[in-house]
Write a protein of this length. Structure first.
Lengths: 408, 266
């Protein structure tokens, strides 16, 4: 109770302070044309109410987080309602069914614009899931992930331009080229860790962009490659709306495929080795795990998805140039993984939708869009540093557990 | 007596230099089948460095580390990567606990099974019958190990939430999951209360009595060392100063000097 009163008092003070600070900007307006001063008192009220509410909410949330931390430190575990729901299998299947149905009817209900936005969100879902292998599971920071995306996109663009290869053949080729570049990047940085690793991967991302901008004879430089074929549909020419829907469905298929494969990888012997490497490299190698091989496989399998979805990206936009593969893209994909929850597949999916759809649907706020987006990210990291969905505990069926169920 | 027992590990004149500092100075040590050997000595004597050399974390400057697995030919361990050493049948625990904190207790042990199983990336994606059976077998054998060290009831807890003594036992279980024939324990009783130490003593005796693995341990708890080990090596300033059975070591003047300091009024 005293805490609440305390918060209340502090919030009032904050609100008065803000009113004072913003007074000359928000309230007073000197109209130089008519030589009059306009007093906008309603603005003052809004600033007061707004800052009070925000401050109070902020304090309340921080206090709640403190309590949680305390319980966690004392060995107790807080299982939130969402976490319990997620561990309930029948709920999971029902939810998956509903989401799948919604995803399938989406382009039929909404217009082409909406489908296009959704396709780019889905592209980032796959990118996020790919990077989740490298960063979330294996714990290897990668700031140049977009390079693999670029490798995929350019491999399709060039194969299509020079050899007229189709989308479906290029899809696996793009994936494997991404894989190859993942291994290429992996080799020199096997011995690096932490900050150093981040810098080298950052450099790799830069190198890719610079090479693509300047190697005119290969990549056509900054002017890029245009007229890339859209995915073929049994040789039928589709109009724009239909081909968008078609790409949308390909993307849905790809997302499902990615989820399936990454889930299986995570729950396998390899996935456990990745997580163990993230947790403690020395203990991991002492337990007989080949670190070099595990690291390379994490880079290669992370890059594979970027390469594959790069092919789709090229075919969707029909035009690519190096400007699409900047560091900003890598940063966004990394934010998706961190914001969603490192290692959590569901978290990364939600994170991707959050980070890609939010700025898109906030276009109504026009110039405040990126500001609000940044604020949302900052708040998210303060109140949920572990991400939207944190590390779900894996439980296993063993003989002992079955007996317990039979007896109890 | 030792003559008719099979020699498992043979370390010959092992030396390890860090720049100008000689941390381990031509130490010779042998571990036989069924042994519980102990390596003792004051802080900074080079015991953990010695362990790190054997397990491949450091590459020794001089000397030989020879492993004689039963029924297989002798292998020289110098310069092998730690994971290869573990594959060869040497498993270790760490002085400062190194568990995987955000993995469950069972998963920690399952990691130990990694080098004895072999399904690769593509088989993991397809997840055929063989892989599922292997996975189930990993789970079962890991769970049995947890039962052996008395941690079965914690199987699905995060390992970071375990009490201290239990974390130490989990490290032992994880090392045993790699199916070693020689188990290296680096100060297993460090930081334990008397009750936990007694439990640990019983556990080590139990593991040894099963006869599948010999044990080499570093320990400061003299009571524990004297109770369970059948041969003791003493190190000081990187050199081996004594070796023998517990009662010989107890009365060895050099050892007493190392631990208590020289008698000045003699």
């Amino acid at each position: 109770m005293t805490d609440m009163l305390q918060n209340f008092k502090k919030s009032i003070l904050v609100s008065i302070w803000f009113v004072f600070l913003t007074f000359p900007l928000m309230v007073v307006r000197v109209n130089t044309m008519n030589q009059v001063v306009v007093w906008r008192w309603t603005n003052l009220v809004w600033v007061a109410i707004g800052s009070f509410v925000l401050s109070y909410l902020w304090r309340y949330m921080l206090a709640r987080q403190q309590v949680r931390k305390k319980v966690a430190d004392e060995g107790g575990e807080i299982r939130s309602k969402t976490q319990l729901l997620l561990e309930d299998m029948s709920f999971r299947y029902k939810a998956m069914g509903i989401i799948l149905l919604a995803a399938l009817v989406f382009p039929l209900v909404f217009d082409t614009y909406q489908s296009t936005i959704m396709i780019s969100a889905l592209i980032y879902v796959v990118l996020g899931l790919g990077l989740n292998i490298t960063v979330g599971l294996a714990g290897l920071l990668d700031l140049g992930y977009v390079a693999f995306f670029g490798v995929g996109a350019y491999s399709y663009a060039l194969l299509n331009h020079h050899f007229d290869l189709g989308f479906w053949i290029s899809l696996p080729i793009g994936g494997f080229l991404g894989c190859l570049f993942g291994v290429l990047l992996g080799f020199p940085i096997l011995r690096l860790r932490g900050d150093y690793l981040a810098i080298v991967t950052l450099g790799f991302g830069m190198i890719f962009k610079v090479v693509m901008e300047n190697w005119d004879s290969l990549s056509f430089g900054p002017s890029g490659i245009a007229n890339i074929d859209k995915p073929g549909f049994f040789g039928i020419d589709l109009n724009l709306a239909n081909s968008t829907i078609y790409i949308y469905y390909i993307m849905i298929g790809m997302v499902i495929f990615t989820i399936l494969v990454t889930t299986r990888l995570r729950n396998s012997r390899i996935g456990r080795a990745w997580i163990a490497m993230r947790e403690d490299e020395i203990a991991c190698v002492a337990m007989g795990i080949d670190i070099a091989r595990t690291k390379l496989s994490a880079y290669a399998l992370g890059a594979f998805w970027a390469g594959m979805v790069g092919v789709l990206f090229a075919s969707k936009t029909t035009f690519i140039n190096p400007a699409s593969f900047t560091f900003m893209e890598s940063a966004i994909i990394l934010s998706i993984v961190v914001l969603g929850g490192m290692g959590s597949i569901l978290g990364v999916i939600i994170g991707a939708f959050f980070l890609i759809l939010l700025p898109e649907y906030m276009r109504a706020f026009s110039e405040y869009r990126m500001l609000a987006f940044g604020a949302a990210m900052v708040l998210m990291m303060i109140f949920r540093p572990q991400g939207i969905i944190s590390n779900l505990r894996q439980t296993y069926e063993y003989k002992g557990s079955k007996e317990k169920i039979n007896n109890g | 007596m030792a003559e008719n027992k099979h020699k498992l590990l043979e370390v010959k004149r092992l030396t390890m230099d860090f720049g100008g500092l000689r941390a381990v100075d031509s130490v010779t040590l042998e571990v036989y089948e069924g042994d519980i050997a102990a390596l003792i000595g004051p802080n900074g004597a080079g015991k953990t460095t010695f362990f790190n050399c054997i397990t491949g974390i450091y590459n020794p400057t001089k000397g030989d580390i020879l492993l004689h697995p039963k029924g297989l030919k002798t292998r020289r361990l110098n310069g092998l990567k730690p994971n290869k050493v573990t594959e060869m049948g040497l498993a270790r625990t760490f002085q400062n606990i190194r568990l995987f904190p955000d993995m469950t207790v069972l998963e920690n042990v399952m990691i130990g099974r990694h080098c004895r199983t072999n399904s690769g990336i593509f088989r993991a994606i397809v997840r055929g019958r063989g892989v599922r059976e292997e996975e189930q077998q990993i789970i079962e054998s890991s769970y049995q190990l947890l039962e052996k060290v008395g941690l079965a009831k914690f199987a699905n807890e995060f390992s970071k939430n375990l009490p201290y003594g239990a974390q130490r036992r989990l490290e032992i279980a994880r090392a045993m999951a790699t199916e070693p024939f020689l188990l290296l324990l680096d100060e297993p009783a460090a930081g334990m209360n008397p009750q936990e130490t007694t439990d640990l003593e019983q556990l080590i005796c139990k593991i040894s009595a099963e006869g599948e693995m010999a044990i080499l341990l570093i320990e400061h708890d003299m009571k524990l060392v004297m109770n369970i080990s059948n041969s003791i090596y003493v190190m000081e300033y990187g050199k081996k100063i004594a070796e023998g059975a517990p009662r010989e070591i107890k009365d060895n003047p050099k050892v007493i000097e190392a631990y208590l300091g020289e008698e000045t009024d003699a």
